[in-house]
Design a protein around this ligand. Structure first.
Ligand code: EP7
Ligand code: MG
Ligand code: ZN
Length: 313
C-alpha cells in the first residue's frame, strides 16, 4: 500500500508541462534516467496530462496519483527490470505518441492502453527469465506455465490487481464497452512484451508494415505490439554510453540467473554464463538480429503511412 499522505501530496502538486520538468525531455536522445527518481511519478502524471488522456478519460487526479504510486511500489529492484526501466519505457512511448504518425494510426483508447501497458509491463519482475520460472518450479510457473509467457501473465495480473485496488482504477470513468476493450488491449500488449512471442511474429509484422490497413484489427494489434517492443528496447536507441550501461545491468541480471541455475544443477545458456558470455558479441547479434529490425519495421511503417496519408488527403 501507499500512504494517503503521499497520494494527496502527489495529487495536489500542480501539473507542470513536461518541458518545465526538463528542457530536453521531448528529444529522442534524452536519457530518462536524467530525471531524479523522486520526480518520476509527477513526470508520468505530466505526460498523461500532455497527451490529453486525463481530460479525455475523466481520470481523477487522486486516482491517477495512487495508481502511479502503487505501480512504482509493484516493481522490485533487480539491476535492470526495475522502476527506472518502466519509466524509460513510458518516456519513449510518450515521445512516440507526441512525435510520430503513430497517433494517426491508432485511436486514443489504444494510445491510453499502450501508455498504461508501458508503465505496468514488467511489474514485480524478479530479474529472471520465463525459462528460469519453469526450471526452478516457481509459483508463477505453477500458475501460468501451461499458457506460456509466465512473467508477462503475472505482470498483467498485477496490473489488474492494482486497478481493482480502492481508489486506483484510472479506467473507472470509461463506458463499459471501452473499459472492456482497454483491459483487453492492455492484456494483449503486455503479453506481447514476451520477446520469444515477438520473434514468432516477424513475418506477420513485415506483412502488416507492407500493406498497413487501419480497418484491420489484427494489423492494429500488431502495430501496438511493435510500438510496445520499440519502447521496451528503447535504451538501445540512445547514446552508446547509455546502451552500454543498460546492457551491463542486463548481463548482471543474466549472470546472477546463471549462478542460480548452476546452484540448482542446471547448465546456464551462454548469455547467462559469466564464464562463457562475450558481451560485445552477444550484443552485436542482439542488436542486429532483434533490436534493429524492430526500429526498421517502424520506420518503414511510418514511411508507408505518410505516403498513404499524403495520397488520401
Ligand atoms: C522485450 O522483452 C525483453 C525481455 C528481457 C530483456 Cl533483457 C530484454 C532486453 N532489453 N534490452 C536487451 C538487450 C540490450 N539485450 C538483450 C539480450 C538478450 C535478451 C534475451 O532475452 N534473449 C533471449 C530471447 C531472444 C529469447 C534480451 C535483451 N534485452 C527485452
Ligand atoms: Mg518484460
Ligand atoms: Zn521491459
Amino acid at each position: 500500500q501507499v500512504s494517503q499522505e503521499e497520494v494527496s501530496r502527489l495529487s495536489k502538486a500542480p501539473i507542470q508541462p513536461p518541458l518545465l520538468i526538463h528542457p530536453d525531455i521531448c528529444k529522442f536522445s534524452f536519457i530518462p534516467r536524467g530525471i531524479p527518481p523522486n520526480l518520476m511519478p509527477q513526470t508520468i502524471i505530466s505526460m498523461f496530462q500532455d497527451l490529453g488522456l486525463i481530460s479525455q478519460y475523466r481520470i481523477r487526479m487522486d486516482t491517477l496519483a495512487k495508481f502511479v504510486l502503487m505501480t512504482r511500489k509493484g516493481y522490485r529492484d533487480p539491476p535492470y527490470h526495475n522502476w527506472s526501466h518502466a519509466f524509460a519505457v513510458v518516456h519513449f512511448c510518450y515521445l512516440l505518441l507526441k512525435n510520430t504518425h503513430a497517433t494517426s494510426m491508432i485511436d486514443s483508447l489504444e494510445a491510453l492502453a499502450l501508455f498504461v501497458s508501458c508503465l505496468c509491463h514488467d511489474i514485480d519482475h524478479r530479474g529472471t527469465t520465463n525459462s528460469y520460472q519453469v526450471a526452478s518450479g516457481s509459483v508463477l510457473a505453477a500458475l501460468y506455465s501451461s499458457e506460456g509467457s509466465v512473467l508477462e501473465r503475472h505482470h498483467f495480473a498485477q496490473t489488474v490487481c492494482i486497478l481493482n485496488t480502492e481508489g486506483c482504477n484510472i479506467l473507472e470513468n470509461l463506458g463499459q464497452p471501452e473499459y472492456r476493450r482497454a483491459l483487453d488491449l492492455v492484456q494483449d500488449i503486455i503479453l506481447a512484451t514476451d520477446l520469444a512471442q515477438h520473434l514468432k511474429k516477424e513475418s506477420q509484422l513485415k506483412d502488416m508494415v507492407k500493406n498497413y490497413d487501419a480497418t484491420n484489427s489484427q494489423h492494429k494489434l500488431l502495430l501496438l505490439c511493435l510500438l510496445m517492443t520499440s519502447c521496451d528496447l528503447s535504451d538501445q536507441a540512445k547514446s552508446f554510453e547509455n546502451s552500454k550501461t543498460i546492457a551491463e545491468r542486463i548481463y548482471t541480471e543474466f549472470f546472477s540467473q546463471g549462478d542460480l541455475e548452476r546452484q540448482i544443477g542446471r547448465d546456464p545458456m551462454e548469455m547467462m554464463d559469466r564464464k562463457k558470455a562475450i558481451i560485445p558479441d552477444l550484443q552485436i547479434s542482439f542488436l542486429t538480429s532483434i533490436a534493429l529490425p524492430v526500429y526498421r519495421l517502424f520506420v518503414c511503417l511510418c514511411a508507408c503511412v505518410s505516403v498513404y496519408l499524403c495520397v488520401s488527403v
